[in-house]
Design a protein around this ligand. Structure first.
Ligand SMILES: [Cu+2]
Length: 132
């Protein structure tokens, strides 16, 4: 009985990586700097060099935020450069925005800053990624 309990704990511990139980890709939630929106950024694949696609889910007090103007910027802080090509953002409904053409041109630490504005509300959150 004790062995089974330890095994269960090990399985649960393995599942906590990534936030919601999915360990494959990227999955992080951050509260915006102004505390208005929650930014939930996911990717089915582990971020890698080359072009990447993410899904950004935007919520305010748990409710999806549609109709926001969303921009995403990539920056490699150690070198002060971006990704060189424009990142595309398209609304996918239910508070979701598809973030495409996120081009990581080098391995290393990158910042992805997601900004959202709607009417007079503006908020942004920066995600830190390690690109292998
Ligand atoms: Cu660089």
């Amino acid at each position: 009985m004790r062995t089974i309990r330890w095994m269960l704990m090990a399985v649960l511990a393995a599942c906590t990586d990534g936030g919601d139980g999915s360990t494959a890709g990227f999955d992080e939630t951050k509260t915006g700097d102004h505390g208005l929106y929650a930014f939930h950024l996911t990717s089915a694949d582990v971020p890698q060099q080359g072009s990447n696609t993410f899904t950004l889910e935007l919520t305010a007090s748990g409710s999806p935020v549609d109709g926001a103007t969303v921009t995403v910027d990539a920056l490699m802080p150690a070198h002060g450069h971006g990704s060189g090509t424009p990142i595309t953002v398209s609304a996918a409904g239910n508070g979701r925005y598809t973030v495409g053409n996120v081009s990581f041109t080098m391995a290393g630490a990158w910042d992805l800053t997601c900004s959202a504005s709607r009417a007079a509300s503006q908020d942004s959150a920066t995600f830190h990624l390690d690109v292998p």
